[in-house]
Design a protein around this ligand. Structure first.
Ligand SMILES: [Ca+2]
Ligand SMILES: [Ca+2]
Length: 233
């Protein structure tokens, strides 16, 4: 049996940069520029969110739940195959549904999206869409607040997975779902901290909490890989 400490070391050898499309460590933002640390130049724009202490001991962005968000226009790979990992700090279950991360479909109806959501009952939800607007989604167990959480959405065409980890605890596979129909592809504008609609014109479901270490990959990563993502912090 491999000791837990050694196992952690092995997981840390996984190269988290392979297939990386974008990475927002929040360490290198300048003014309203959300800096992509992947080297792919997929910078975004910060609207309202402010610097705060991150899960990595560095910086995070703090969203007020009122009108703060980040827009990412050029990041997405247009694919139905992805792994998205987000760390977020949430003080308590929200009084209204909030969107932590969202991407827009290329096909109509516009605004239907692939999203990571925090529900009022304290569960997380991952959702994706087909080209007709139908969806598949997974809802996690009720989470312990306040905490930092690592939420990982994986999609491989029709297959959707959600993993949720609590800082200092374990990463748990929350479930899997199968999408009917033809999986939609996704492009920008994406959002961190609200849903993909034009802010100010609809119910944006703004996120109240902190976000750090956001990564998107253009492949469906293995269970070992997502454990390594969780083990990074
Ligand atoms: Ca604000
Ligand atoms: Ca950080």
């Amino acid at each position: 049996m491999i000791p837990a400490s050694l196992n952690t070391t092995i997981m840390n050898w996984v190269d988290l940069s392979v297939d990386l499309v974008s990475f927002y460590s929040m360490e290198n933002n300048v003014g309203t520029t959300l800096t992509d640390d992947s080297g792919n130049g997929n910078n975004g724009t910060i609207s309202g969110a402010v610097d705060s202490v991150g899960v990595d001991g560095g910086n995070a962005l703090d969203f007020d739940g009122v009108n703060d968000f980040c827009s990412i226009s050029s990041v997405y790979n247009g694919s139905a195959v992805t792994t998205i990992s987000v760390w977020c700090y949430i003080a308590a279950a929200p009084s209204v549904t909030e969107i932590i991360y969202s991407q827009e479909r290329t096909s109509t109806p516009a605004g239907s999206n692939r999203s990571i959501i925090i529900n009022t009952d304290g569960t997380f939800r991952a959702i994706t869409r087909n080209t007709s607007g139908g969806n598949a989604s997974i809802i996690s167990a009720v989470q312990p607040f306040p905490n930092w959480f690592n939420i990982i959405l994986r999609q491989d065409g029709a297959a959707l997975d959600l993993d949720v980890g609590v800082l200092g605890s374990t990463l748990t596979h929350a479930g899997a779902a199968v999408l009917s129909g033809t999986p939609a592809s996704f492009v920008g504008p994406g959002r961190i901290g609200c849903r993909v609609n034009i802010p100010g014109t609809t119910n944006e479901l703004f996120f109240d909490g902190k976000v750090d270490l956001v990564r998107e990959y253009d492949t469906y990563k293995s269970d070992d890989f997502v454990q390594a993502l969780f083990g990074e912090v």
